[in-house]
Design a protein around this ligand. Structure first.
Ligand SMILES: NC(=O)c1ccc[n+]([C@@H]2O[C@H](COP(=O)([O-])OP(=O)(O)OC[C@H]3O[C@@H](n4cnc5c(N)ncnc54)[C@H](O)[C@@H]3O)[C@@H](O)[C@H]2O)c1
Length: 282
């Protein structure tokens, strides 16, 4: 496989912009593509405010055309977490990317094997799961689809290491490693709150100080986004077929109410400057 010199990133949201920043800071040419021009403007503002340096900014090019990614040696997809939309993108990328290019997904939970099936190059499709925020978090979880080749795996691992990351390798089963373990813990924290075992503050404080976690599970859920947590629990429940993964009704209710966490200024906790009167369950 040719040396990776140019990285394409699709999706310039919180993950894609961070991945593009990492690649540019590590000496690679980058094309960052998003269908939404406002997202590209926000990404440029976020990356330039992180003081990545002039060289990195020069290596970073923004586009709203997928065609521009045809020179990339690897394309990392970081668009929204929907299997149908990602499959359509992988199919389009397969027609645009050079034949040697790797197509990677930053999905939190969707099957790499199924994304690969939308292409004619399943051996060159892989999961490259960065943690949030990508420039800071140390881990990249690499997921091998059913047909991912050793060559693709080795090249992807080397790229993550070039970014200074620690890698772990997961087989392609729902939730991979990190979310398979983290999300049921967060879901159980919701059950603990739902059944009145303790207050949200005591649940978070108990896990922070009792198990040495930097954040409590409910604060962490607010940071990740309760909608994201719910969608991953649904993938675990459906993909692994065990009722222990059923989403907690309180998590479902919060999402139904639009309490999605920090991004909406209300989730388990209320981050608004003027909180409204809390419901009894708050
Ligand atoms: N947020 C997290 O903590 C986190 C952590 C790890 C992995 N992920 C995964 O990373 C991916 C992106 O998550 P995010 O939080 O950055 O989302 P986001 O909503 O911040 O960004 C998604 C971007 O994709 C763009 N987009 C959507 N469809 C597109 C298309 N067809 N073509 C081009 N651009 C398109 C949107 O305009 C948006 O700018 C998801 O798969 C998510 O599961 C998220």
């Amino acid at each position: 496989m040719a040396e990776i010199k140019c990285v394409g990133v699709v999706g310039a949201g919180q993950m894609g912009s961070g991945i593009a920043q990492l690649a540019a800071m590590n000496g690679l040419d980058v094309w960052l593509m998003d269908a939404d021009r406002d997202a590209l403007s926000r990404a440029t503002a976020a990356i330039s405010s992180s003081e990545v340096g002039d060289d990195a900014m020069r290596r970073l090019r923004l586009t709203s055309s997928l065609q521009d990614l045809r020179s990339a040696d690897i394309i990392v997809e970081a668009i929204l977490e929907s299997e149908d939309i990602k499959k359509k993108l992988f199919n389009d990328l397969d027609g645009i990317a050079k034949s040697s290019a790797i197509l990677a997904s930053n999905t939190s939970s969707i099957s790499i094997t199924r994304l690969a099936s939308a292409t004619q190059r399943p051996s060159q499709v892989i999961g490259m799961h960065f943690m949030n925020p990508p420039p800071i978090m140390k881990l990249v979880e690499i997921i091998r689809g059913a047909d991912t080749s050793e060559e693709t795996f080795v090249a992807t691992k080397a790229l993550a290491e070039r970014f200074g990351k620690t890698t772990v390798c997961s087989q392609d089963y729902s939730g991979f490693i990190v979310n398979r373990i983290l999300m049921p813990m967060i879901n159980e924290a919701f059950h603990t709150l739902y059944t009145g075992v303790a207050t949200k503050e005591d649940i978070d404080s108990g896990m922070k100080h009792g198990t040495n976690h930097p954040m409590g599970p409910l604060e962490l859920a607010d940071l990740i986004g309760l909608d994201v947590c719910l969608s991953i629990m649904k993938v675990l429940h459906q993909g692994l077929g065990d009722s222990k993964y059923a989403p907690c009704p309180l998590l479902v209710q919060y999402v139904d109410a639009g309490r999605l966490g920090r991004k909406r200024e209300i989730g388990v906790y209320d981050y608004r400057k003027k909180p409204v009167t809390p419901s009894p369950r708050l």
